[in-house]
Design a protein around this ligand. Structure first.
Ligand SMILES: [Zn+2]
Length: 266
């Protein structure tokens, strides 16, 4: 009897964890770019020659649709011309199906896709989650009209969260301010799986992985941005958690290991 109960308990545990499921990530490709190395801060000519031999950086813009705990969450929305909505469609998701959008920060390549070509909500049924500090910086302080216009189309559906808070089951916002004052990364956990969605903690992996102290001119506070990059990357290495970044080469996910002063993808 005792053995039977043990087996039953084990079966229940196994089926529960199977139901709890994992994390399925769909990478949504927006575009590629090849900006000039003059965007870099803190790299000398020799380092640039070594890591960017053609004198150009390789950048791209991605968003992620994550399926976990019975929900589909869109992380960031790409630039304003609807390419992410089109990518979603290719993957079998109509814009109306998207109920939850989480934003890492409020640069245009992350929130721009909230609007369609007519300036209306591209995701008519979505609730949008944004960090309180990030919204305050762009809306209250800078009075950024692009952000204000986009959020107006989601009136009553913009939800703020604090850095460090659990935004929804299995999703925690980590304070990674620096690139923008309220920039957050998201730590996802479902079943045994974990994933870090790191937004703009890194822009150009070719040079910023081996030289993580190199910042970019898009960073509002390059020193804090660098500190946040290294803190989260060290954590990802230590815990063996994969990272997904909006500017990491397609498909945008990496596992990291430490190599001397920098990191390597594997
Ligand atoms: Zn960006």
């Amino acid at each position: 009897m005792k053995k039977f109960l043990t087996v039953l308990l084990l079966c229940l545990l196994v089926s529960c964890s199977a139901r709890a499921g994992g994390i399925e990530t769909v990478t949504l490709f927006d575009r590629q770019s090849k900006p000039n190395t003059s965007l870099l801060i803190g790299a000398d000519a020799e380092q640039i020659a070594r890591y960017c031999p053609d004198g150009k950086l390789k950048g791209n813009v991605l968003a992620f649709l994550v399926k976990m705990k019975g929900r589909a969450i869109l992380f960031d929305t790409g630039l304003p011309d609807g390419r992410i909505a089109a990518e979603l469609k290719k993957n079998g998701f109509a814009a109306e199906d998207i109920k939850t959008i989480l934003l890492t920060h409020l640069h245009r390549d992350h929130f721009g896709g909230l609007l369609d070509a007519e300036g209306k909500a591209a995701f008519p049924n979505a609730e949008v989650y944004v960090g309180r500090a990030e919204r305050a910086w762009w809306v209250d302080e800078k009075k950024d009209q692009n952000v204000i216009r986009a959020f107006a189309q989601y009136a009553g559906r913009i939800h703020e969260f604090e850095s460090g808070a659990r935004v929804m089951p299995g999703v925690k916002a980590l304070d990674t301010g620096g690139h923008t004052p309220g920039h957050v990364s998201f730590l996802l956990k479902s079943g045994k799986e974990k994933l870090l969605i790191i937004g703009d903690l890194i822009h150009f992996t070719g040079i910023q992985l081996p030289l993580p102290d190199v910042a970019v001119k898009y960073d509002v506070d390059p020193v804090k941005a660098t500190e946040a990059r290294k803190r989260i990357f060290d954590y990802a290495c230590e815990k063996g958690i994969p990272v997904a970044g909006m500017h990491i080469p397609f498909p945008g996910t990496l596992r990291l290991k430490k190599t001397g002063a920098g990191y390597e993808a594997y």
